[in-house]
Design a protein around this ligand. Structure first.
Ligand SMILES: [Zn+2]
Length: 386
């Protein structure tokens, strides 16, 4: 049975998961209600899902009541008040101007679920609001597995991670030179809220220093939608109305000496869609960083072996290590997914997620788990013991 079907059973954790998934969809639909005629019907449908999960006499009962709840902490909904992920209970999905918040993009998207309808009935709802993350990953990878050839699969997946956004001419040239397979939907326009319009009318975007996808632009603040890529920039217009705007870094985070991203023209640029970026490119950027560091230590590294049974096969002399990198914003979602499917390798928490180690060990004492820092030390030791 598929996982989302088991999600329909009457279990408080599953019900809570459905409430978060329906809230995310309703929040997205609300933000596009002026452009999409059937957006309000979607908000109403999601109100039904939230009502069903709560049972009679609890929780919001009209679409507008639900929307009002989306402007408050999710934990105020009765189904999410207890036994729930604390980070999601604190999350708010709509801001004061009824735009999707960072929490919605960054955290709630890990809770997306199909909620019973055929996907064709709401083709305008983006995949990341209605599809499980592993399904988005699965569909992307299926398209990259060409004749079950491991080498071309690895090359195509690496290409996607290294080039999640670029000028159209550059992409065309790279694809024709390398013969890469592209994900379903390929590359699309840079989303409007990731673009800055100069007084002269030129449109610009900036790649994130960590993942290379276009950063979001809110008035003069520019930052990656993914929280752990935490650098925050302030934009200033160029010298003339038509010249290139510039960024300056305004956060205190690390690394301090990060090269400043340079504005690129948006009109002839394209990027992968949000779902592919968030669930393939973001974890992929960590996987490639870990691969590079391990190779720097003299290890032999194979990425996504046996057409993605796990993430990294690492060889140091006689020692072989099998590693699955898990990068979830919600430790709660990570634990639920690990319980639903036994991992095929040792779990590694990347640098930005090492704080989840204690939670994971407490919840799953028999799980094989390490962190990026600990694992690099282990590989260094194995190398010096040779
Ligand atoms: Zn980023």
């Amino acid at each position: 049975m598929t996982q989302w079907l088991t999600g329909q059973r009457d279990d408080p954790a599953e019900r809570a998961h459905r409430v978060v998934a329906a809230s995310l969809r309703a929040a997205y639909a609300w933000t596009v209600r002026r452009q999409r005629r059937d957006a309000m019907r979607e908000v109403a449908r999601m109100t039904g899902v939230v009502m069903e999960a709560h049972g009679p006499g609890r929780g919001p009962v009209t679409p507008l009541e639900l929307v009002d709840r989306l402007r408050q902490r999710l934990g105020r909904m009765p189904a999410l008040a207890a036994n729930m992920d604390e980070t999601i209970a604190q999350a708010v999905l709509l801001d004061g101007e009824d735009r999707l918040t960072t929490d919605a993009y960054d955290l709630a998207c890990e809770y997306a679920l199909p909620l019973g309808e055929p996907a064709e009935s709401v083709p305008w709802m983006p995949t990341w609001t209605r599809m499980r993350a592993d399904r988005i990953r699965g569909e992307t990878f299926k398209a990259l597995i060409d004749n079950r050839n491991q080498a071309s699969y690895v090359a195509s997946r690496r290409f996607l991670i290294e080039h999640p956004a670029a000028a159209l001419s550059e992409l065309r040239q790279l694809v024709s030179e390398t013969g890469m397979s592209l994900p379903p939907g390929g590359y699309t326009d840079i989303p409007a809220d990731h673009v800055h319009r100069s007084p002269g009318g030129e449109r610009w975007w900036w790649p994130c220093a960590f993942c290379r996808w276009p950063m979001s632009v809110t008035r003069t603040t520019v930052r990656c939608r993914y929280g752990p890529h935490a650098a925050v920039y302030q934009l200033a217009e160029g010298r003339t109305a038509r010249s290139r705007p510039k960024l300056s870094r305004v956060d205190e985070g690390r690394p301090r000496r990060l090269a400043l991203p340079v504005a690129r023209p948006a009109d002839d640029s394209r990027c992968v869609d949000f779902g592919v970026w968030r669930f393939v490119v973001v974890p992929g950027a960590s996987e490639l960083r870990i691969e590079r560091d391990l190779k720097g230590l003299g290890a032999t590294v194979e990425l996504w072996p046996d057409l993605d049974r796990y993430d990294l096969r690492v060889q140091v002399g006689e020692h072989e290590f099998r590693i699955d990198v898990k990068e979830y914003r919600s430790a709660h979602r990570l634990i639920a997914d690990l319980r639903a499917r036994t991992p095929a390798a040792r779990i590694l928490l990347p640098m930005t997620h090492e704080h989840q180690l204690g939670t994971l060990r407490t919840a799953m004492p028999s799980l094989q788990v390490t962190t990026e820092t600990k694992f690099l030390t282990e590989v260094r030791r194995a190398r010096s013991a040779r």
